[in-house]
Write a new protein. Sequence first.
Length: 285
Amino acid sequence: MKRSWHVHALLFILTVCSTYYAGIRGFSPYFGSSRGLIYSFAVMAILLSHEMGHYLTSRKYGVPATLPYFIPFPLSPFGTLGAVIRMSGVIRDKKALFDIGIAGPLCGFILAVPCVFIGAKLSVPVKIPATGDALIMGEPLLLKLAEWVMVGNLPTGFDLLIHPIGYAGWVGLFITALNLLPIGQLDGGHILYGVFGEKSRSISRALIPLLVLLAIFYNVGWFVLVVLLLIFGIGHPHPLDAETPLDGKRKVLAIVMLFVFAVSFVPAPFAGTSLITLIRGLLRA
């Protein structure tokens, strides 16, 4: 699958700029004038690691794949909508499908973990504003562990002003968990199909109502994901060999990735964004 590298390079540069802008805009000047550069470098490294995991594993199995297309979006809290690669052709068996699906989130997670712990150490305890205007991030289990290990218990009324490296790690965990959702063409969908085959379709369908509940009670943004999943379909294309089961090592690795999902997932990335909360705010207005 041949494409001009100029498009990939341009999108990469634009995403570096948009994440730099998000870093400058989103972090306290307390972290210095280099805060945008620090955040951009860390989050781009995580995204690149994720996508290159997919790319190199695809090449290993002879599946044509493009270089990553990074998506700049300076107005988002992350400065980007992530990155994607495009693959063509038919994957030969469940083993190849599983390995390609798992490589991205595994590589991204491995790089996100040190960012979370280093970022927690460099974060600053601050008093929670009485007005409640501060943006409150949801904390996945791994971030809570990092804060407990690196900082310890904070005094009542205090929270951490997160360092740009820590926020990049948080973004990496969020992207990892999002991709590991076991639905359709997401990485988690590839892993699920590799383990359960055609039974994975029923599991994916059962998860759609759960995402709707997350949108209602935690974050309205889950509705966007539900719509996209329904548009692109929750089914899964068959590899050439759909019968040969995975070996024991890969099944164990699938359990490991379930643990990775559990410590990375957060139902409400930002507080106050559930459908119920938004409706209440409109009724008060």
